[in-house]
Design a protein around this ligand. Structure first.
Ligand code: OAD
Length: 242
């Protein structure tokens, strides 16, 4: 079995000869910045129930509770900074002529690191959306006053997050699938690979002939179909790829 060091050499060699890279990230890339993941030993879904906090029904039932939870997460994330993995992906965007980053993370750390060619498919914790007029605005108040209302129409604001049971923005999906079908190399970093539609992204890229690399602390459902699995911390492994 090839050593991890030689696997990194193989990935570097691939990256050196390609102009087309797509990246899919999940909570694991921000774990090294101190942002909790969702699953695993210290994951958020160990202590909180997603159906109480991250569904449209939960918000309709108890918007105050949902906002309190998001306020807690906003306070936590506000103190965190991008790590070397986030910065390396921002550098890749500058180096590769065709590059797209698809993130499931809502923490804004990719943007903070300088990434601009990205789809934040699960939304952005620093944006709010009016439940009445639909206006989406940036809001960095920490804490946000509960219950927040729309400056335009007075309607109740909600987090601009894609909750369980909701569909992703059509534009994000179209952009993501195009990037998956067109890339020569796909990097999958720090995602458990079980939440759809992102769980279907690796097979799409594989079908289209991409060389797929997974960077994760553990094995995931994607591990069996990727070309190279790099087990380790994103903040240490990803910078080694450039
Ligand atoms: P998960 O919490 O499900 O998975 C995190 C993954 O990161 C796991 O596979 C870990 O092994 C890996 N990991 C943890 N620390 C790491 C590190 N330092 N370096 C590399 N890998 C590491 O997070 P996601 O896959 O992002 O949805 O979860 C997907 C979605 O489920 C989230 O976007 C969220 C959640 O419910 C919404 O909030 C809408």
């Amino acid at each position: 079995m090839a050593s991890c060091a030689s696997k990194i050499c193989e990935v570097k060699a691939r990256l050196a000869t390609t102009g087309s890279v797509t990246v899919l990230t999940g909570a694991g890339i921000s774990a090294d910045s101190g942002v909790p993941t969702f699953r695993g030993a210290d994951g958020l879904w160990r202590n909180f129930k997603a159906e109480d906090l991250a569904t449209p029904e939960a918000f309709a039932r108890d918007p105050r509770l949902v906002w309190e939870w998001y306020n807690w997460r906003r306070e936590l994330i506000a103190t965190k900074h991008p790590n070397p993995a986030h910065y390396t992906l921002a550098e890749m965007e500058r180096r590769f002529p065709r590059f797209w980053l698809i993130t499931q993370n809502v923490d804004g750390l990719h943007r903070a690191a300088g990434s601009r060619k990205l789809s934040e498919i699960h939304g952005d914790i620093w944006k709010v959306r009016c439940t009445r007029c639909g206006a989406v605005t940036e809001n960095r108040d920490v804490p946000i006053p509960i219950l927040p209302s729309c400056a335009g129409c007075g309607g109740l604001l909600r987090p601009h997050i894609v909750w369980f049971g909701e569909t992703l923005a059509a534009e994000d999906l179209a952009r993501s699938f195009a990037a998956l079908q067109q890339c020569e190399v796909l990097l999958i970093i720090g995602t458990s690979g079980i939440v759809y539609p992102a769980a279907s992204f690796a097979p799409v890229a594989k079908q289209a002939g991409a060389f797929i690399v997974e960077i994760n602390l553990d094995a995931t459902p994607n591990s069996s179909l990727v070309d190279v699995s790099l087990r380790g911390r994103a903040s240490e492994v990803v910078p080694e790829l450039l």
